[in-house]
Each structure stands twice: as C-alpha cells, then as structure tokens.
Design a protein around this ligand. Structure first.
Ligand code: SAH
Length: 224
C-alpha cells in the first residue's frame, strides 16, 4: 500500500511514522508513506498556500490551485483508490472503515488547516471525507496520522502476531478483554486466577465472557 499525505505543515507528520509499528511496516516494505509539502506546488515569490476567505470572516483558507496541482501530479504517478479530505463534518471514522481502507492499494489523505480548504476542492477533487470525531482540530495532520495508523496496522504482516489485530476492540464487534502482565500480584492487586491456570480453553471462554460483559457495559450499541 502507498499513502500520500498532503499537508502545509509536513513537520507535524514526521514523528508518527518514524517509530514502532508504523516505522517497521515501512522498513518491511508493506507500506510506503509519502508526506507531501503543499508549498512545493505553490506559485509566487512567497509560495502562499492560503488566502483570506471571500465574503470576509476570520481565518485563512487553503487555496485550490496548489492542492489541484499536487493531486494532479500524484495521480500522474499512480492510480489512487481514494482521495480523502480530513474534515470534522466528514463520515465518522470507525474500525470498519479502517478495515475497508486497509484493502486499498493507494490512498491520498488531504489535510486542511486554518479554516479548511476552498469548498471547490471538496466538490471537485476529493472522493471521500473522513472525520475522526465530533470536535475540531487545528489541522488535518493529526487526523490523517490517526487514520493512517489504524489502517496500516491492519495490513497483513504489519503486526508480528497476525492474529493480534483480530483480537482488538471493534474488530469482531466486541470490546477487547482486559490484559495483564507480570507481576501476578502488585501491592496486593491480583491478576485473575484463571489467567494463571494454564487451562487454555477455559481462558478463552473467560476472555470471551469479559468481552461480552465489557461491550454490554461500555458500548451496548455494538451488540444491536
Ligand atoms: N472551519 C472548519 C474547521 C477547520 S479545522 C469547520 O468548522 O468545519 C482545520 C482542518 O483541520 C480541517 O480542514 C480538517 O482538515 C482538520 N480537522 C479538524 N477537525 C477534524 C476532525 N475532527 N477530523 C478530521 N479532520 C479534522
């Protein structure tokens, strides 16, 4: 898979892809992530990517021209399955969308900033809009990193134990069971006996019950 992330603040996206699972996924060649500086597509002496909003109002708006040039350039190099604009009023991001996107080959994630992008970008240049929640961030960069992370970890081979994504919350419509590690007792707080019993079948049964119980209590909507 290839993910191109278009941003006017590339530095904001440096660290999420340079550590741990996301870095390993790239080193293993399972995904390539290209962070593109929108400014490279700006024209004029000061390379502006934003301007005042027509009709007035506070806040700058990202201009259509550099975004169009950037997307056209990217599309000339490979076919993209989706061109996704990160937007607070987009489709709410869920594990099921992460699953769907993890099956795609090439994705563009477009990050807005300030007041957002010129509406014509949304009307003519993108194929989809995704929100990571009903709140407003200063820019789409953190949202794009969230989407890319959730998608990349689902690509086969990215997680060392391939079944581990399957046992995560939401993946099977349930919340994951609690997990514990050593020591078995800390300050008198004990790990459930069953997990130390060695009876694998009973342990699995316990985990499933815990998942159901947690889902009932925390996300009853998932059981409907
Ligand atoms: N004026 C816009 C908000 C702009 S926030 C409005 O009221 O809807 C600036 C940028 O941050 C947006 O263009 C978008 O790319 C990003 N962003 C903000 N909140 C987001 C969210 N919840 N999910 C995804 N992207 C978000």
């Amino acid at each position: 898979m290839h993910i191109s992330i278009i941003t006017c603040l590339p530095r904001l996206l440096e660290s999420p892809f340079n550590d741990s699972i996301l870095k390993r996924a790239q080193t293993k060649g399972l995904v390539s992530v290209n962070i593109i500086d929108l400014r490279e597509y700006a024209t004029g002496k000061h390379k502006p990517v934003d301007d005042y909003a027509f009709g007035g109002g506070a806040g700058m708006v990202l201009m259509i021209e550099p975004i169009d040039k950037c997307i056209t350039d990217l599309k000339s190099k490979r076919h993209y399955d989706e061109i996704i604009y990160m937007s607070p009023d987009g489709e709410l991001f869920t594990q099921s969308i992460a699953n769907e996107l993890s099956l795609k080959k090439n994705l563009i994630l477009l990050c807005g900033h300030y007041k957002g992008v010129d509406e014509r970008v949304r009307e003519h240049l993108v194929t989809r809009e995704i929100s990571i929640g009903d709140y407003v961030l200063s820019g789409g960069e953190l949202a794009a990193a969230v989407v890319a992370d959730a998608v990349i970890r689902l690509i086969p081979g990215v997680l060392s134990d391939e079944t581990s994504a399957l046992s995560d919350s939401f993946q099977d419509g349930l919340i994951a069971p609690p997990v514990y590690t050593r020591p078995a007792e800390y300050k008198g707080w004990k790990v459930p006996d069953i997990l130390l019993s060695g009876h694998q079948a009973r342990i699995e049964e316990w985990k499933h019950e815990q998942s159901l119980d947690r889902t009932r209590k925390r996300r009853p909507n998932l059981l409907k």
